[in-house]
Design a protein around this ligand. Structure first.
Ligand code: PEP
Length: 261
């Protein structure tokens, strides 16, 4: 099977307005570009708050691809409709003007904003229909993990959030496995546990969309990833990269990219 290009995505969450976003990216950009130039098998995606996307887009100078290879932009959320009376929301057409990617169904959106698998599925289909790459997040909570329900919970989230895709779309999706107990806690899953779960996700995906889509889909790990543990995750054959929260707000993000092989 074709090799899957690794992805390191930085989810800034609700941090860095336009001014701070520009100064942070300005600070890390020389080292980040250098790290990416020396390894052409990693795609780096920055996901600032929506209001800061334009500022980061301007700094990255994206039309000049040679200046900043392999750095793309992603939104952290979007609504599925193209336009209209949806106060406070942003649409796939708007995201597409600045971004290649959109994070959907992050556990914080599911927890604090009531997003269901059904809503995440509508957003995922909308993203794909607007040539955006969705990073669809799934993950069990601590209680489910301790009760041994992880595989069952993830299968249900996967089937709910990723229903009705074409085979072609099923290849384009990126899945992020983010155990809720590992997010923002400093308590990352071990590479062995994450690898086992991600292997299960890939098998479930195979039963949904076939062997070819399952071997093409990229599945990331997320949850307290730092430059100290990224190499262990990347060493597992089923893990295709990371969705990074806290550490993406610091220069450590560059070291994560450096240690991604
Ligand atoms: C996340 O928000 O997607 C995440 C993985 O956060 P952290 O890296 O801070 O655990």
């Amino acid at each position: 099977p074709a090799k899957r290009t690794a992805i390191i995505a930085g989810n800034w969450k609700m941090n860095y307005g336009p001014q701070q976003a520009a100064s942070f990216v300005g600070e890390i950009l020389p080292a980040l570009s250098e790290a990416l130039q020396s390894q052409d098998s990693v795609l780096c995606i920055l996901c600032p708050p929506a209001i800061s996307l334009a500022a980061v887009h301007a700094i990255l100078n994206i039309p000049d691809a040679s200046a900043t290879p392999y750095i793309e932009l992603g939104a952290q959320n979007m609504y599925f409709e193209e336009k209209g009376a949806y106060t406070g929301e942003i649409s796939p057409l708007m995201v597409r003007e600045l971004c290649t990617t959109v994070i959907l169904g992050h556990s914080e959106r599911r927890m604090y904003f009531g997003e269901s698998d059904e809503l995440v599925n509508k957003k995922t289909l909308s993203a794909l229909n607007h040539q955006l790459r969705p990073i669809v997040c799934i993950g069990e909570n601590l209680q489910q993990y301790e009760a041994g329900e992880t595989d069952h919970v993830l299968s249900a989230q996967l089937r709910g959030s990723l229903a009705h895709l074409t085979i072609e779309q099923a290849r384009e999706v990126v899945i992020a496995y983010e155990p809720i107990w590992a997010i923002g806690t400093g308590n990352a899953a071990t590479a062995e546990i994450a690898g086992k779960v991600i292997h299960h996700i890939r098998q479930e995906y195979q039963s949904m969309y076939g062997a070819e889509a399952a071997s093409a889909v990229r599945i990331l790990y997320g949850g307290s990833v730092t430059s100290n543990n990224i190499a262990e995750f990347m060493a597992h054959p089923d893990i295709d990269g990371a969705l990074v929260g806290g550490a993406s707000l610091k220069p450590d993000f560059v070291d994560i990219v450096r240690h991604t092989v």
